[in-house]
Design a protein around this ligand. Structure first.
Ligand code: ADP
Length: 465
């Protein structure tokens, strides 16, 4: 297993893990307080109600509405002491004048503050008095004819709550350092764990790029989950890279091979010329060969340059050339002695670079000859009002329908081509396509009848007024 460092990403995830965990921890504490408070208050309310009932039962209202209290009940220690079990009692008349208070009220000077508006049937409220949580209950007092004559107010210390709150706080303060350590440790552990698989993938991917491109990521993972998807995406990427690197090395092989042939011919010719004095005729012939081979090399190098620049400078809005000039001055001499016929009438002006368009036609004618074993090839120029159609026809093997779209792709070579071991590197047509496209034209393929292929280029004509 690879060692996982605390990288920025791991730290960020660990941080958010910790935030969530601390959040949950504090939410839990708040929840505990709320529940404790609820239970304690509920218990206390029951006690207070119970006690209020007791006190009310011990009240006797005389005929002149004077209250007489059963002193036995109120002499209990709960009404005189100041402690957790104490009750604090005050009875008011309707004017708010206190006419009875328990003995322990003296110890809570300033504690009971007036009375609230709502007394029915019981009214409870919380008060904080000298850091003591108090619970107070209020109730109306009626005489035996149900006449409202006063109010009873009874308080008690929320001792249970104070106690529990202190315990919970103390407990939490003690365990806080432990919680911090656990939360941070757990966050880092979880963050590391989450990236473990990813790190494995990185290691494997590193190995693949460093050693060879045949290897693939092979660990088990569901293709629908993130890791599985990442594995499959990377493997597809490696497939494409492998194919392209293969194609590039193939292309380099081919290109060097293609350059090697004219270079060897050049060397042979130069050797021949320098060995001894030659006749003028011999010099002329050799120089002709040297010129042809140099042109061939220029074409190869140009193709490589255009492709390496992605045909960026193929189009030239400003320059116009005449098509029949190319045919007469460039193509006719190149294909002299070959089975290539040119059929054209009037002059046609096109927008673009003539040397690039010459490459287009030469690639198409070369292919036509190559894939028909040098059978007759015809180049026809048909001029319309706005467009010119240039057709290169051969009587060769033809192109299967399912390959017609693909042959313009870079490095694509037809199945037949590969079976027949025809020389080439699958770039000619992609170059043709790019140049024609950059000139604002299009290229289509039609089967020739009864055999072979027609490549038809359609281009807009430039009208010179
Ligand atoms: P290359 O000729 O180097 O393989 P191209 O890009 O020029 O590359 O052509 C791509 C493929 O198109 C060829 O491999 C071949 O299968 C097919 N192709 C091109 N021209 C012809 C043609 N005239 N007749 C039959 N197939 C052709």
């Amino acid at each position: 297993m690879s060692k996982i460092h605390l990288t920025k990403t791991v730290k960020r995830l660990a941080f958010w893990n910790a935030v969530v965990m601390f959040g949950l921890y504090f939410a839990f504490i708040v929840f505990t307080f709320t529940i404790t408070n609820y239970i304690v208050t509920d218990n206390l309310d029951i006690r207070l109600k119970h006690e209020v009932e007791h006190i009310l039962n011990s009240l006797v209202v005389t005929n002149d509405s004077t209250l007489v209290l059963n002193s036995k009940e109120l002499n209990e220690p709960a009404f005189s002491s100041l402690g957790e079990e104490s009750f604090f009692l005050q009875i008011y008349d309707l004017q708010g004048k206190v006419f009875y208070k328990s003995k322990n009220m003296d110890k809570l000077r300033g504690f009971l503050l007036g009375f609230p508006n709502n007394f029915n049937p019981y009214y409870f409220e919380d008060l904080l008095f000298n850091d003591m949580q108090m619970r107070i209950v209020y109730k109306r007092v009626f005489d035996d004819k149900f006449k409202h004559i006063g109010y009873i107010q009874l308080g008690a210390i929320k001792s249970g709550l104070n106690y529990l709150t202190k315990r919970i706080l103390t407990f939490n303060l003690i365990i806080l350092p432990l919680v911090v350590i656990i939360v941070i440790g757990l966050s880092i552990f979880l963050a590391r764990k989450s990236y473990e698989r990813l790190n494995n993938i990185i290691d494997l991917a590193k190995k693949i790029s460093a050693t060879n491109l045949n290897e693939r990521l092979t660990f088990d993972a569901d293709p629908n989950d993130e890791i599985g998807k990442l594995r499959d995406t990377l493997n597809t990427l490696f497939d494409r890279l492998e194919k392209q690197i293969d194609q590039i090395s193939h292309f380099t092989d081919n290109a060097s091979h293609q350059l090697m042939t004219p270079l060897t011919t050049l060397k042979t010719e130069l050797d021949y010329l320098t060995k001894k004095e030659r006749t003028v005729e011999e010099y002329r012939e050799s120089i002709g060969i040297v010129k042809d081979q140099t042109e061939r090399m220029i074409r190869i190098v140009k193709t490589m340059l255009i492709l390496s620049r992605d045909c960026k400078d193929c189009s030239d809005e400003k320059s116009v050339f005449e098509l029949t000039n190319i045919i007469e001055n460039e193509l006719t001499p190149v294909y002299k002695g070959k089975n290539v016929k040119f059929d054209f009438n009037s002059k046609v002006y096109l927008r673009g670079k003539s040397e690039y368009f010459s490459i287009v036609l030469q690639n198409l004618i070369d292919n036509a000859l190559k894939y028909s074993d040098e059978k007759e090839v015809t180049v026809t120029v048909e001029t319309g009002n706005e467009f010119v159609h240039i057709t290169v026809s051969d009587k060769g093997v033809g192109i299967p329908d399912n390959e017609k779209d693909k042959i313009f792709e870079r490095f694509y070579r037809g199945s037949f081509t590969q079976n027949q071991a025809k020389e080439g590197y699958g770039l000619g047509l992609s170059l043709v396509y790019s140049i024609v496209n950059s000139m604002g034209g299009k290229i289509t393929i039609k089967d020739n009848v009864p055999e072979g292929t027609n490549f038809i280029i359609t281009l807009p004509i430039v009208k010179l007024s």
